[in-house]
Design a binder for this molecule. Structure first.
Ligand code: AMP
Length: 119
């Protein structure tokens, strides 16, 4: 899939739409989800233009991949979720229910999250 540079996260990364930065490094940015699904719900993005996890895994540099994985844990640590527990979700494509075509991890916690999928 071709990267759509007008998607909402691309616009946040370009500074066209504001966000509350919780973490930023050379390759990653984290901010709260605008419509939280748990008491803590943070999104962690690579800054590079990657549509989804498969695109990122195949085309990102090792440095970008390491930065994104580490940024996820920095966010978990910021909120004590590394101790209390959390869930990572990466939606991809139609079956995954991905809405925004720029890779992002959902970091969810701050409460018991229940079953992995609706029953
Ligand atoms: P996904 O379905 O995995 O693509 O998730 C997209 C997420 O982006 C949803 O949970 C939205 O609530 C969130 N979202 C959309 N626009 C914004 C925004 N401007 N700031 C923060 N989160 C957003």
């Amino acid at each position: 899939m071709t990267y759509d540079s007008s998607n909402v996260f691309a616009r946040i990364l370009k500074g066209e739409i504001p966000c509350k930065k919780l973490h930023e490094d050379a390759h990653s940015l984290a901010f709260p989800d605008i419509s939280p699904k748990a008491d803590l719900h943070v999104l962690v993005l690579p800054k590079g233009s990657y549509v989804d996890f498969s695109d990122f895994t195949q085309n990102a540099s090792d440095e970008e991949i390491v930065a994104w994985v580490r940024a996820i844990n920095v966010v978990a640590q910021q909120h004590g979720m590394d101790k209390t527990g959390f869930r990572l979700i990466v939606n991809q494509g139609a079956n995954g229910g991905q809405e925004v075509p720029h890779l992002h991890a959902h970091v969810l916690g701050g409460q018991k999250l229940g079953s992995m999928l609706p029953e």
